[in-house]
Write a protein that binds this ligand. Structure first.
Ligand code: PLP
Length: 363
């Protein structure tokens, strides 16, 4: 069976070279006589793996020295709670609600303090990125946003002007797709399974002064959830997701070998723009998101009827194009074009769309 053209939103395609290397090292990692899954997280080889992953990520993203890097577990979802627990020192934060992921994060934050919705595109069905009208209340602990809403396929390219209020961003589905100016954020985090590795690892990058001596909410915060402790222990307070960190490290090297984040961004925009251009001229398919809010990764579209959508998904699978069904909230289709999706997959999808359109022209 050849490798599928996998457009999954997550867990999603990994670079073939990384999978091949992981397979080659499965039984014997670097002469240790064992797999990374079998070695102590306190061993010298694993310490090298975690240090190398962090250093490679720091180079790739030009992460300044006063930012800490953590590889945590529990997915992006656990950070919906981790962020207020650690950063809500005045128990007052602002949330930009631009889709289901930021909405869930906002709901979670409401458990811990006052979480104001400072902007939302909910009345527009979340099909665009909401504008944040300034000025931002300078008393907020942080301003939260999700920079790429994976389900809807919207992306915020310009950060709002927040003054001294730190911006906290969920970048799960655009992490490593393009450069980010880390210094403009207080905290950036991403679940690895979209673009950086296997599920089970979440990367948190946080400015050191924001994590203080411990969590904002004090001693009742689970020890594991304390960013100060996790940062000081370099993600090794308890047993981390050793395998996940190892594969993430390999993906970071792969991105570096491809030319880094500028090269990734150029290639990713060129690829999704081929899809957007096709959708814009199509008389069958409809792109779902307002032009200025389009994502670098998740391209959402639909046919004139749910029946045709279903036929599209089914016939695509027969050509090896899989995981292209839209999220159940939105319906239609979604092509997630992360870094590891090969160009041939985009070619195959475009060719199939043209054939499908020709066959269903009168629909
Ligand atoms: C997938 C996703 C999440 C949830 O990630 P989990 O690892 O499943 O908790 C959160 N935010 C965004 C933007 C996502 O794409």
């Amino acid at each position: 069976m050849p490798r599928a053209f996998n457009f999954s939103a997550g867990p999603s395609a990994l670079p073939q070279a990384v999978l091949e290397r992981a397979a080659a090292e499965m039984l014997d990692y670097g002469g240790s006589g064992m797999s990374v899954m079998e070695m102590s997280h306190r061993s010298a080889p694993f310490q090298e793996i975690v240090d190398d992953a962090e250093q490679t990520l720091r180079r790739l993203m030009s992460i300044p020295d006063d930012y800490r890097v953590m590889f945590l577990q529990g997915g992006a979802t656990l950070q919906f709670a981790g962020i207020p627990m650690n950063l809500m020192r005045k128990r007052h934060a602002g949330y930009v609600v631009s889709g289901n992921w930021s909405r869930l994060a906002w709901k979670e934050a409401c458990k811990y303090g006052q979480a104001d919705v400072v902007a939302t595109s909910e009345p527009d069905g979340f099909l665009r990125t909401p504008e944040v009208a300034g000025p931002i209340d300078q008393d907020l602990d942080y301003l939260y946003l999700c920079q790429n809403e994976t389900v809807y396929g919207t992306m915020r390219q310009e950060l709002p002007e927040a003054g001294d209020v730190p911006i906290v961003a969920d970048v799960s589905s655009m992490f490593l797709s393009c450069p980010l100016d880390v210094e403009r954020y207080g905290l950036i985090y991403a679940g690895a399974q979209k673009n950086a590795g296997p599920a089970g690892t979440t990367v948190v990058i946080c400015r050191d002064d924001l994590i203080g001596d411990g969590p904002a909410l004090g001693d009742l915060v689970p020890t594991y959830m304390g960013y100060r402790l996790q940062a000081d222990k370099s993600s090794l307070y308890n047993t981390p997701n050793c395998w996940g960190i190892y594969v993430c490290g390999q993906v970071f090297h792969w991105v570096e070998d491809q030319g880094g984040l500028d090269a990734m961004a150029e290639r990713n925009w060129a690829r999704v723009n081929r899809l957007y251009d096709y959708l814009d001229q199509s008389s069958l398919f409809e792109p779902l998101v307002e032009k200025s809010s389009r994502s670098i990764a998740n391209v959402t579209f639909r046919c004139p009827s749910p029946e045709l959508d279903a036929a599209f998904v089914e016939q695509a699978a027969a050509r090896g194009i899989v995981n292209i069904k839209g999220h159940r909230i939105l319906g239609g289709m979604r092509a997630s074009c992360y870094n590891a999706v090969p160009d041939e997959a985009i070619d195959a999808l475009l060719a199939f769309m043209a054939d499908f359109e020709a066959a269903n022209a009168s629909a």
